[in-house]
Design a protein around this ligand. Sequence first.
Ligand code: 5GP
Length: 203
Amino acid sequence: MSTRGMLIVLSGPSGVGKGTVRKAMLKNSSIKFDYSVSMTTRQMRPGEVDGVDYYFRTNEEFEEEISNDGMLEYAKYVDHYYGTPLKYVNQKLDAGIDVLLEIEVNGAMQVREKMPDGVFIFLTPPDLTSLRDRITHRGTDDEKTIDKRMEKAKKEIQMMTSYDYAVVNDKIPNAVEKIEGIIRSEHLRVARVIDQYKKIIGD
Ligand code: 5GP
């Protein structure tokens, strides 16, 4: 029987660069994990692909998934639903494959309740000015939405204390290196490996 995979939750304010960090990590062959594609009701941005960046769904479709207990977690973020389909996560973890979620803080706290043995990593911006710059340069949101996202970001940063690790995203390669280090160390935790040793010593 293979060891159950590890759930890695990468969270933090919108615009902090979670997506960029996740993509950079996927390219690094030394760390293997599968990414759980989220479901959302927000509009598709130019260049995004359904089923790759998100599963883009209507409000009705999303709410149906909720009532069918199909979501591991979900949150309303800036007027839209975002959530993690449960089935995919369980299938991968059962197969011994690590799964990475890239989600906002309310969702991360729901996952913490349901899957407390996950690894919860909070990605922080070096400061709030650089966060605003990043969201503005992305060019996908109007001023009002940017203001809303910034207000939300301040509240989100206060929630850092509920996480296991805080990683500053000053430069992508630095953040990636730190997260890889966290994942490697977490795999060596006695609580995660003890079952294998119990087999050797016959319980
Ligand atoms: P964006 O609209 O910029 O793609 O995402 C907005 C926020 O929703 C980001 O902080 C992003 O990480 C978060 N998000 C993406 N997918 C999920 C999800 O499945 N669940 C939750 N709770 N948040 C998500």
